[in-house]
Design a protein around this ligand. Structure first.
Ligand SMILES: [Fe+2]
Ligand SMILES: [Fe+2]
Length: 266
């Protein structure tokens, strides 16, 4: 049985360097096949310094995707290019959105993309919620709601296209997929304060484009199974979407990064 340590929404920029080093030291003694991080690792400025420290100190591979906070203070394109270049210089840390898929065992493959809260579920135009994303990520600032909705929708579609490509490739050789994304892809997986129902936050907490793609693929490949791991809402829960499609959303508390229960695979 293989084992992955799983971390979501650690927001490491809220810790000082000493606190971060201490935590990483504790985690470094784990016996696991690797660490999966499902986004909101830090903010734009601190992302690469944090990843560098993790890469240096942890003795196992790291697979990660980016969350919305990882772009704060910069632009999506600039940050993605910086992360791509940084990954070229590391040996054992992989940005899943930049890879096809990782074979973890004969049966199981790992793949992923951060996704984006695309406004597809709930009432985006009626919601009064103004995420910091719309102030702190340059691609999303200064637009009216119609243009903002268009940009969010494009980001969701781009994520779905990447995931569809990765999944159809991985399905040729692996029957079980561990799929990492940041934003919950279904209303049923969009946990908030212990519930997964539509509310004002839903359009900003879910990615319908990825959800639609996953549901279609799960139905087209009934002999395969997909287990999605995500975060973003900081509230935990499990949702069975199809017989072969399950989503686990991890909880988080700002300033107190903690590992989730380990992910087991055959
Ligand atoms: Fe977060
Ligand atoms: Fe997030």
């Amino acid at each position: 049985m293989g084992k992955l340590a799983w971390l979501t929404d650690p927001h490491f920029d809220m810790l000082n360097t000493e606190q971060l080093r201490e935590l990483v030291e504790t985690w470094s003694t784990r016996t696991v096949d690797g660490l999966l991080i499902t986004g909101d690792i830090a903010d734009g400025e601190n992302l690469l310094p944090v990843l560098t420290l993790l890469d240096e100190k942890l003795p196992y591979p790291i697979w990660f995707i980016l969350g919305n906070h990882d772009y704060y203070g910069t632009s999506i394109q600039l940050q993605r290019e910086a992360v791509r270049q940084w990954c070229d210089s590391t040996r054992d840390t992989t940005w899943l959105a930049n890879a096809s898929y990782i074979g973890l065992s004969k049966n199981t493959a790992l793949l992923g993309h951060g996704g984006w809260a695309d406004g597809g579920y709930g009432d985006f135009h009626g919601s009064e919620i103004g995420l910091n994303d719309y102030r702190l990520i340059s691609d999303l600032t200064g637009h009216d709601k119609v243009e903002l909705a268009r940009r969010l929708s494009d980001l969701g579609r781009d994520a779905a296209e990447t995931i569809e490509r990765q999944l159809t490739g991985a399905f040729q050789s692996h029957s079980h997929i561990i799929l990492a994304t940041h934003v919950p892809p279904f209303i049923e997986s969009c946990w908030y304060q212990g519930q997964a129902t539509v509310n004002e936050w839903t359009p900003h907490f879910s990615c319908k484009a990825v959800g639609d793609c996953l549901r279609d693929l799960a139905k087209s490949y009934p002999e395969h199974s997909i287990h999605v791991y995500c975060g973003h809402t900081h509230s935990s829960g499990v949702a069975q979407i199809e017989p072969n499609l399950r989503v686990t959303t991890g909880g988080a508390t700002y300033g107190q990064p903690a590992l989730q229960p380990e992910i087991l695979f055959k």
